[in-house]
Design a protein around this ligand. Structure first.
Ligand SMILES: Nc1nc2c(c(=O)[nH]1)N[C@H]1C(S)=C(S)[C@@H](COP(=O)(O)O)O[C@H]1N2
Ligand SMILES: [Mo]
Length: 404
């Protein structure tokens, strides 16, 4: 069985048998929560240099996610940043000769080396949240096609580069431009020359967000080859697919970009509620903009068994283009809630730390649920609305613990 099929099988096999694949003792037995799957069989861990502990969802193209307890750092280490490839990675990633073309509806088309970017524009460093639009897809029922991400297609690394807005200003965006279009150096899985695996874009207003970077450093070092070395876009808060890796061209268009993965059902959702499994006419689907409010418990790892009555719980919360206002925890399936301490973001578009000490009334099995609410008052649902391609699943995360 290939990795993808095996994982799908693991998923469908359900909780009753998940333990058999785990090897190690599981204190929760068949009541292990879904969180166990992402840290499943050791054979699924990624054999890529410079990556550590990621679970592989697909090996061609490579997609791998990070188990929640390995995302506890404020700044996600490069080794733990998830990978989502749509095509074949470029053979050549040489920074010295890399060229970025800016053209289309601009007054001054330009070709820039990485050195030109460093010399001509202010170099800035920000912690930026990147989440795949399909993160959480595995929780939809009926299942939707695509990578069955559980929780870990999200990261907040420290990126260094120049502002996309500064580069666009230098190129002189024409009044007729409405959308950017991004191209990278990876090739289509079919091997067809000139066919791009993915080319997405942004409305010009969003492209001008000062926290969008054209990045050439990740966590103070070079970009990892699987995260777009030597140059990529980082567009925090919007689906990860907007953040073109191995970036070679940004062109400005006078229409909404219609490149691969911009049309049909790709990165689109119905603008009205639909029943699970319902088919939706393609022309009704709307392009996803900001990602919804979400949180992830990163400490302790799910499955903890411990003696005592108090437990320190921690995690991160984020909210697309806005900020998280509060995070609440429940140990009784949502009957009552306790507000967690919540830190402001290190900079706009970084995730926010939440911490809380939770007290358990007696020994036994508990689920600890986390629920974030953003500044606009939107909070995480108990179950995310189903959509044809399984995007935007921001349903509550929980861990399970046994108090002895
Ligand atoms: N050139 C290129 N850029 C790309 C992709 C890709 O396949 N090719 N995948 C996109 C998707 S769907 C996501 S979620 C992010 C993932 O970034 P990462 O692999 O660095 O985590 O990259 C985006 N940029
Ligand atoms: Mo993605």
């Amino acid at each position: 069985m290939n990795i993808l099929k095996r994982r799908a099988f693991l998923w469908q096999a359900g909780m009753a048998t998940a333990g058999a694949f785990m090897g190690a003792a599981i204190p929760l037995g068949r009541r292990a929560p879904y969180g166990f799957i992402s840290s499943a069989s050791a054979a699924d861990f990624l054999p890529v240099a410079g990556k550590d502990g990621l679970a592989v969802l697909n090996d061609r193209p490579l997609s791998a996610e990070t188990p929640p307890h390995l995302l506890d750092d404020e700044v996600t280490p490069t080794e733990r940043h998830f990978i989502r490839n749509n095509g074949i990675v470029p053979a050549q990633m040489e920074p010295a000769t890399w060229a970025l073309r800016i053209d289309g509806r601009v007054r001054r088309p330009m070709t820039l080396s990485i050195q030109d970017l460093r010399d001509r524009f202010e170099v800035v460093t920000y912690r930026l949240l990147l989440e795949c639009g399909g993160n959480g897809r595995a929780r939809f029922d009926p299942p939707t096609r695509g990578n069955q991400w559980t929780f870990g297609a999200v990261a907040c690394a420290e990126w260094t580069g120049v502002r996309l807005a500064d580069v666009l200003d230098a190129a002189g965006v024409m009044d007729t431009a409405v959308y950017t279009a991004h191209e990278g150096a990876d090739s289509h899985l079919s091997g067809t020359p000139g066919l791009l695996p993915i080319s997405r874009g942004l409305p010009v207003e969003k492209a001008m967000d000062p926290y969008n970077l054209i990045a050439f450093e990740m966590n103070g070092g070079p970009l990892h080859p699987m995260n777009g070395a030597p140059l990529r876009l980082v567009v925090p808060g919007w689906p990860g697919s907007c953040s073109q890796k191995w970036l070679t061209r940004i062109w400005l268009r006078d229409v909404v970009h219609d490149g691969p993965k911009m049309t049909g059902a790709s990165y689109r959702v119905p603008p009205y509620p639909v029943a699970p499994g319902e088919s939706v006419p393609a022309e009704d689907m709307k392009i996803i903009h900001a990602m919804p409010v979400k949180s992830l418990i990163t400490r302790p790892a799910t499955g903890l068994a411990f003696a005592g009555r108090e437990l320190d719980v921690a995690g991160h919360a984020w909210a697309g283009d806005t900020e998280v206002a509060r995070v609440d925890l429940s140990i009784n399936y949502g009957a009552t809630w306790q507000e967690a301490r919540l830190a402001p973001p290190h900079n706009p578009h970084a995730w926010q730390r939440f911490t809380a000490r939770v007290r358990f009334p007696q020994a036994g099995y508990y689920q600890v649920w986390a629920r974030a609410t953003d500044r606009e008052g939107a909070s995480q649902p108990f179950e995310a609305p189903w959509n044809p391609r399984g995007y935007l699943n921001n349903a509550l995360h929980h861990i399970a613990v046994r108090v002895t």
